[in-house]
Every structure is written in C-alpha cells, then in structure tokens.
Design a protein around this ligand. Structure first.
Ligand code: THU
Length: 157
C-alpha cells in the first residue's frame, strides 16, 4: 500500500488588496446575503457570479418550511446565470455569509453546490475562480477541482 499526497493551492488576501473587479463581486455577494430568505437557520449566504459578458448574477439561500425544499445561495446564482445566459461562461463566483448581523469568516460551499459548480465549469469550458469571502480575508481558488478533487463528471458515465 502506498500513501498519496494531495496539495491544494489557493491565494488569500485582505479585501483591501483585491482588484476592483473582485471587490465589486465581494460587495455584490455581501449585498445579496442581506436579502437571503433564511427564517429558519438565520444564516444568510450571498453569492455573486461574474459572467464573461460582464453581467453579475446574484444569489442567496432560499429556505422553506419543508426544510429539504430549500436551496443554497451558490446554486440559486448559478442556476439563474445558466437559465438566463446558457452559453456565457461563468468566470468567478463570490460567496459570503452573515449571521446575527455579522459577516462570518469565509465559509466553504456544501458538497452539492461544489458538484453544481463543477458542471457549470464544464459547460463554460474554463476554470471558474471561487472566492470564499470572509470578514477579513478572502480565499481564492482557481477552479472547482481545488475544492472538489476526485470529481464525477459526464466523462465518467
Ligand atoms: N447555505 C448556503 O446557502 N450555502 C453554503 O455554502 C452553506 C449553507 C445555506 C443553507 C441553509 O439555508 C443555511 O445556509 C444553513 O445551512
């Protein structure tokens, strides 16, 4: 038996160090989190997807009294982007969360959202940068495989 090593490379920076485009995406995700419908968890997640045509599509978590009928902020934004602009690649996706009026340190997307990001990335035919935005720091991943290794895709069918 042999042990294998897996390395994940990502960048981390302060908000102030971000370029204008990334700051704009951070701000859009933060604004979207303020409109999350999260009366059950009180955990408000906001997302903002930057498309290749310059459009920013926002999302936030949409909860439901029938709990499993809810949808995460990431999928709300990505499905809306794909529904409106089916042929336009998604370049970046910013994710942020707040609870009790306080922005959290960066959160990681759930497994189901990672799988959807993978499909969107494959449709886009280019890696999607993922920005995990926190109160102080932003972690940036160049492509979903940094967050979801050992993928299952159409190629496996
Ligand atoms: N949630 C998201 O929208 N995105 C994430 O990355 C993590 C969790 C939502 C689901 C649920 O509405 C609430 O946050 C608490 O889990």
């Amino acid at each position: 038996m042999e042990s294998k090593h897996l390395e994940i490379i990502y960048q981390e920076s302060d908000y102030d160090e971000l370029d204008a485009e990334r700051k704009r995406l951070y701000d859009a995700a933060l604004a979207a989190s303020g409109h999350a419908y999260a009366p059950y968890s009180h955990f408000q997640v906001g997302t903002a997807a930057l498309l290749k045509n310059g459009e920013i599509v926002m999302g936030n978590n949409q909860e439901n009294a029938a709990y499993p009928s809810a949808l995460c902020a990431e999928r709300v934004a990505l499905f809306a982007a794909c529904a409106t602009y089916p042929d336009i690649p998604v370049l970046r996706l910013a994710i942020i969360a707040q609870a009790n009026g306080e922005v959290k340190e960066s959160i990681s997307p759930c497994g189901a959202c990672r799988q959807v990001m993978l499909e969107v990335e494959q449709r886009s035919k280019m890696p999607m940068e993922i920005l995990l935005c926190g109160k102080k720091k932003v972690k940036m991943f160049k492509g979903i495989t940094s967050l979801l290794p050992f993928t299952f895709t159409a190629d496996d069918l």
